[in-house]
Design a protein around this ligand. Sequence first.
Ligand SMILES: Nc1ncnc2c1ncn2[C@@H]1O[C@H](COP(=O)(O)OP(=O)(O)O)[C@@H](O)[C@H]1O
Ligand SMILES: N[C@@H](CCOP(=O)(O)O)C(=O)O
Length: 759
Amino acid sequence: MDEDDANDELVTIDSWHEFLDRPDGPSVFRARDNWQARLAAAALSISRGQVPLVFEQKVPCSSANIGPGFDVIGLALSIWLQIRLITGEQRSEPSSYNCRITYEGKGSVDLRADHNLITQTALYVLRCHDKRAFPEGTHVHIINPIPLGRGLGSSGAAVVAGVALASEVAQLGLSKDRILDYCLMIERHPDNVAAALYGGFVGSYLKELNPDDMKRIEIPLAEVLPAPQGGEDTGLTPPIPPYDIGKHIRFPWAKEIKCIAIIPDFEVSTADARRVLPTTYDKADVIYNLQRVALLTTALGQSPPDPVLIFDGMQDKVHQPYRKGLIPGLTEILRSVTPEKNPGLLGICLSGAGPTILALATENFSDIAEHLIGEFKKEGITCDWQLLEPAYDGLTVTHESAESKETSGMTYADAGVSIEAGNELVQSIKSAVASTKRPGADAEIGGFGGTLDLAAAGYTEPPTLVQAVDGIGTKLKIAFAMDDFSTVGIDLVAMNVNDLVVQGAEPLTFMDYYGCSKLDVADASRFIKGVAEGCKQAGCALVGGETAEMPGMYQGKEFDAAGAATGAIKKGRKILPDKKAMREGDVLLGLKSNGVHSNGFSLVRKIIEKHGLSWMDQAPWDSSKTVGASLLAPTRIYVKPLMPAIEQDLILGMAHITGGGLDENIPRMLPKHLAADINVSSWPVPAVLKWLKQAGNVSNKEFARTWNTGLGMVLVVNNDIAQKAIDTLSQAGEEPMRIGALIARKDEGVVLHGVEHWS
Ligand SMILES: Nc1ncnc2c1ncn2[C@@H]1O[C@H](COP(=O)(O)OP(=O)(O)O)[C@@H](O)[C@H]1O
Ligand SMILES: N[C@@H](CCOP(=O)(O)O)C(=O)O
């Protein structure tokens, strides 16, 4: 509807909701902008019995390569392509594929649905799902501030937007990983699309495809998406992408590093810039790039950033030298700045295929920009410049109107729960889960419950079953900060099976629970693969689990996880601890921990915060790791080293040192009349715990009741067979340490000697 049609009631609407709230519905609207006019028109079509879709997508631009990472690295940056979509628009003229396109922003693009990169991509995805056109009355409004053909990933953003557009209009519920598969059928270098889709500083690779797929190289688009993929409709179904074509990982990025983009006033098409590249490379040049890229991805995550490492790390011999013919003065411009001459500068490179130049810096942004603009000017080229920051969100989709859908057949996907994503997750974890198979438990997922055949597991007479349930705790927060979910699953298993083994039980099965607001298949799969790894370390089968997608329950990508283990003790064997058999003089053995394990992380986080450290900083206690990576070291699983000693009846009791530390856990295995008399100088305190104690000024008492102090397990063994127990544990790979003995109890259940050793 148009403002000129106004004749009776004239109303300004601010939102879609405001319109819907009006019981009568105004006959004429004055829209705040074109988009408001479209909303109004869609609102009218509702009153005529149609149900429009209204949503907005945002996709960031990206800078690919960052010097040596040709076709591998991409950095999402803070200029966003926006797509506003509405269906059910009333039109006098029919439009091809039911789609009308309007455009505002940089450059000009083809507005025909089968020629515009965004809608052409969407049509390809729709056709893969047997849909020949957009829903009736589709209007795609593109707001594009990303300069075209300048090396800032305008096409990568357009392709991501196109796939996501199809997913939304046809309610396909594609996960981000599946969206990537579709994107990679179109733009074959994964660097831009992976960054635009996932956000942040991203490394990616493309799996090797079959020869037919490989033949369909990227841009020009006509070659990539011939009919029936993206051109005229032939009624055929185009090739559907295989699953999991590309892999990505997010690298850390130091927050003080900003990006200066110097954008010349001419275009270089990526296709042209790839044609000038050689088909074979000199071995020395390839090694030159590999050496730099390996260091660069870590160097850009360290605070404070090291200018020497970054400047050298951003040099390239694989694409920039060959592109100098397309970008006048390129070599001289890249050489015209150094961290020594230009304070604040960290490194410089061609952005993507150019002609934009990307300079990374921590300060003096305008001085650096003016210098580079001056260099281009010598070549007669004028430039624009922008100071950009990493865009961490990647693709986002916002629905303007949930209510509109409520009037018609609502779907679970509308409510934020994707069955397809759930199915995809099951596919991606199947083999990891199956690898945990053990006698008596197949570890095949898909059943309503997990089964265990006790006889096949070696328990022919009724055993005593022991069960445990636990979570990971706030260690998860560090996994979120590091975007690394590969090891917290091991922690989850460890917390459960270590509790079972101290009772003398052999862990047989495990089940996990994963709750999130929006299922991210890649994250959930990394987590569950960690759970499977933990199960293998413990020798138990992962027989099932639950993934709960609960929109609104958690913040963003956060999730919670819990798990439960079942173990068994053979008929006739002891359930530990055997308190009655314990005597004064019995020996206490300690088994080493692997750092903080999974307890006391609220205090850990507080200390790290108080010291102004970021998770990406070099760990003050271990220069080879970041703070986050070091703290994420998974909890040790003691099942396999302990089982032989348990089976030989060499152990009277065990304490798993978790929350509550030595002070709280050791008395749990002792009779009331005995106490543990312990010499704390008999085991080494891991460097991380030493640092935390000192940095947090944590008292000895607090230290002993918060963290494990270096012992993950404490065992009671009879004095006469202590050496045999030590030998058996050593043969199983442990380094048991004599840490004390049982004494008659006075007050405390644990008496610590030599605590000054901790200070
Ligand atoms: N928002 C958009 N809408 C439609 N087409 C687009 C859009 N963004 C990019 N394109 C297409 O992609 C081309 C640029 O792609 P490319 O040569 O790879 O450069 P870039 O470095 O910007 O990605 C444009 O000329 C245009 O055809
Ligand atoms: N790795 C590609 C990246 C192209 O990026 P664009 O932003 O220029 O499209 C290449 O260097 O060719």
